[in-house]
Design a protein. Structure first.
Length: 356
């Protein structure tokens, strides 16, 4: 016979342990089915679509030898994003999940995240970014690496270590350079571009991709040094997958500081929320993917941050699906800052694309 309390709970619609278990089983089954279908589609696409394509359009011949690289990038995103959404959903429940909010209860801030994600996957922001960065994204660290090897005979290639050891080694190296990139982005001159990411007023898994297309500091402080050091491509693919996965999770709705892991090895969602805090009466900290760098360089502030901290910036943002106005305003603020103009705070708003 069903206990009275459980019977009453079921009658009034309260979620019971049994219903929660069933819901999680459905989530797991759906996720497994999705992964199987995605992997099968990935495998089939790599075999049916040639690695090199030549197209003739309007009398011009276009050739690319990186078709499979583009396919790999697309499928990695289509595996990583659902995986992060699934992990978050299982952890916090469907009602509190980013997936439910994105589908049925989007805020204007999450609309911005979604728009940036779609434009990024369509490579629209890549093209815009190259124009805004005046071509600096075309600098090749591999060319510098080869030039050093040719001129000096010194090969700055990877150490003779097995893959299992190279992966944590290059993750540590990446996280070190990324820490200094992030601190640079928070300086006066580069903040207007990074501010676009911090303007998010809600956290959702896709908030991770909310980046200004003109942001370029990582090219010089992360990509170039790693390329000059001869970071192996196969290792860096997995490092980047790990970094993207961490970024998706720490911008989600999981309420956890991850214990000692979050304090020393991998930044937790709660620590990253503290980094995004609106209240600037205390300095910003928690810059690093790996907290060890914050501890070593004096920017680690608290072991157990408040998970309910209000996030955002004091500069006004329009938000919503139409993202160019905020992007252009922040790009203008970036150049204003270099030439002595005010580039932060409510008073700096240029009223670009102001709604009438």
């Amino acid at each position: 016979m069903k206990p009275a309390a459980l019977h009453a709970a079921a009658e009034i619609g309260v979620e019971t342990p049994r219903s929660r278990g069933l819901a999680r089983a459905v989530l797991v089954a759906g996720f497994v089915a999705y992964v199987v279908v995605a992997l099968a589609a990935w495998w089939l696409a790599l075999r049916l679509i040639p690695a090199e394509l030549t197209l003739t359009l309007l009398g011009k011949t276009l050739h690319t030898a990186s078709v499979h690289d583009h396919l790999n990038n697309v499928f990695l995103i289509f595996l990583l994003l659902p995986t992060a959404l699934w992990i978050e959903c299982v952890t916090v429940g469907w009602e509190q999940s980013s997936l439910r909010q994105l589908l049925f209860a989007r805020t204007r801030s999450l609309n911005t995240d979604l728009a940036v994600f779609v434009l990024g996957q369509g490579h629209v922001l890549d093209i815009v970014g190259r124009v805004m960065m005046l071509g600096v994204s075309m600098i090749s660290g591999a060319w510098i690496h080869e030039a050093i090897r040719t001129a000096t005979g010194v090969n700055l290639g990877p150490p003779p270590l097995p893959f299992a050891l190279q992966l944590p080694l290059y993750f540590a190296i990446y996280s070190f350079f990324d820490y200094w990139t992030h601190r640079t982005d928070h300086t006066k001159f580069f903040w207007p571009l990074h501010r676009y990411h911090h303007s998010a007023e809600d956290f959702g898994v896709v908030t991770s991709v909310r980046q200004h297309p003109a942001t370029f500091t990582a090219i010089f402080i992360v990509n170039l040094p790693l390329a000059v050091l001869g970071a192996p491509t196969d290792v860096m693919i997995y490092v980047n997958v790990l970094v993207i996965a961490i970024g998706l999770l720490v911008h989600g709705k999981i309420d956890s500081d991850w214990g000692w892991v979050g304090r020393w090895l991998i930044q937790s969602p709660n620590h990253h929320r503290a980094h995004h805090k609106l209240d600037m009466s205390r300095p910003t900290g928690h810059f690093a993917i790996a907290p060890i760098w914050d501890r070593l360089f004096g920017t680690w502030y608290e072991d157990k941050p408040d998970p309910k901290l209000v996030i955002g910036v004091d500069t006004p943002y329009q938000h919503g699906l139409f993202v160019p106005r905020d992007m252009l305003r922040d790009y203008a603020h970036f150049w204003m800052g270099w030439f002595g103009g005010r580039s932060d705070g409510p008073e700096s708003d240029l009223k670009l694309f102001e709604s009438r």
